[in-house]
Design a protein around this ligand. Structure first.
Ligand code: ZN
Length: 351
């Protein structure tokens, strides 16, 4: 079996057996080391284990039933050192203890990769399931992610089990997904090690695909929860010509992911870089909480009014600062003015 990143997962073909409510004809062997450790050979009788929804796994070999002529299993040799799907060359990936198909155009990889792209935790493309992806790739209609966005309802309606209505729905779903949140695209691209959580963090920190592409590894590592290995993988991904071509093609096809919503910490807010003084008692803020709010908006809070002061926020029973501000021509804001300006919802009453 060939995975999304080209990893070959050995699967045992079994004489079908009925177990825990379903017929089982295949079980995972995980990887080459596992096969060697358990010394699983062709023709062996094995004990399998089924846990929940997971593919059943081979637990051990029943040695008494091993055929006399059996030989240790050699994964690359049994495959003739070729990918079972595209017959391209395979090589051993030391990082994943696995054999990997190196052909990036391998249909098996493309199918997995598109399935991941379309999945609910990524681009969330309704109606684009595994069976349909198989048909699209096998028929040659889709040879890359970009082809998805050029599909017409006529082409789709020509496929098996696809009526005109579901064809039109899928074309609509594909059009709708073009403006999905940036993190969904980042996750959907299948950057090694980057899951949903990391994709969200990257989107929050960089806010555009361009900026992530251009980010140095040190900048990537500065993002919370992005470690050295992940930063390496991300930088590698965006250095790869093939990936850049894909991203360019997706953008040309109209993909325009939505950056995350601006938080209160805004780099372009009206109080960014301003010097603010507060006087009197405010109704929605304690002295500490107003300072904290101002700082979070990018303002500098000082204690006394001077020529450098941009705003004086005035509460009840203000002191001499008001007169001084008027004299210096400093803008005076009431608490309501401030809330308007900063576009802030008033918080709860101060403690
Ligand atoms: Zn292949």
């Amino acid at each position: 079996q060939v995975g999304r990143t080209g990893i070959l997962t050995p699967v045992a073909e079994l004489e079908p057996v009925f177990l825990a409510g379903s017929t089982i004809a295949r079980a995972t062997l995980h990887n080459e080391e596992e096969i060697q450790r358990k010394d699983i050979r062709v023709g062996d009788t094995v004990v399998i284990e089924k846990a929940g929804q997971v593919i059943p796994a081979v637990v051990r070999v029943v040695m008494e039933k091993r055929p006399a002529e059996s030989a240790p299993y050699n994964l690359p040799e049994s495959l003739g050192h070729r990918c079972p799907v595209c017959h391209g060359p395979i090589h051993r990936d030391p990082e994943f203890v696995a054999w990997r198909c190196e052909n990036m155009a391998c249909p098996a990889q493309l199918k997995r990769s598109i399935a991941h792209f379309a999945s609910r935790k990524a681009m969330d493309i309704e109606g684009l399931g595994d069976k349909l992806i198989d048909q699209l790739v096998d028929s040659g209609l889709v040879t890359s992610h970009v082809d998805l966005f050029h599909l017409t309802s006529d082409q789709l309606a020509g496929l098996e089990r696809m009526g005109p209505k579901s064809a039109a729905n899928l074309v609509q779903a594909l059009a709708d997904c073009k403006t999905r949140d940036l993190w969904r695209l980042l996750h959907g691209l299948g950057i090694p090690h980057v899951g949903e959580g990391a994709a969200r963090k990257l989107a929050d920190a960089f806010r555009s695909l361009d900026r992530i592409q251009q980010a140095a590894e040190t900048e990537l590592e500065a993002v919370p929860d992005i470690g050295e290995i992940m930063a390496d993988a991300i930088a590698d991904f965006f250095r790869n010509e093939k990936n850049l071509t894909l991203i360019k093609a997706l953008t040309d096809a109209g993909l325009a992911p939505t950056p995350p919503a601006q938080s209160a910490v805004s780099a372009v807010g009206p109080l960014q870089g301003k010097t603010v003084v507060v006087t009197g008692t405010l109704s929605h803020f304690s002295r500490d909480s107003i300072k904290e709010t101002l700082r979070s908006l990018g303002a500098t809070v000082t204690d006394s009014v001077s020529k450098k002061t941009d705003y004086l926020i005035v509460g009840d029973a203000p002191g001499s600062k008001v007169a001084k501000a008027e004299k210096l021509g400093v803008s005076i804001l009431t608490e309501a003015d401030f809330l308007d300006l900063a576009n802030q919802e008033p918080p709860g009453q101060p403690p």
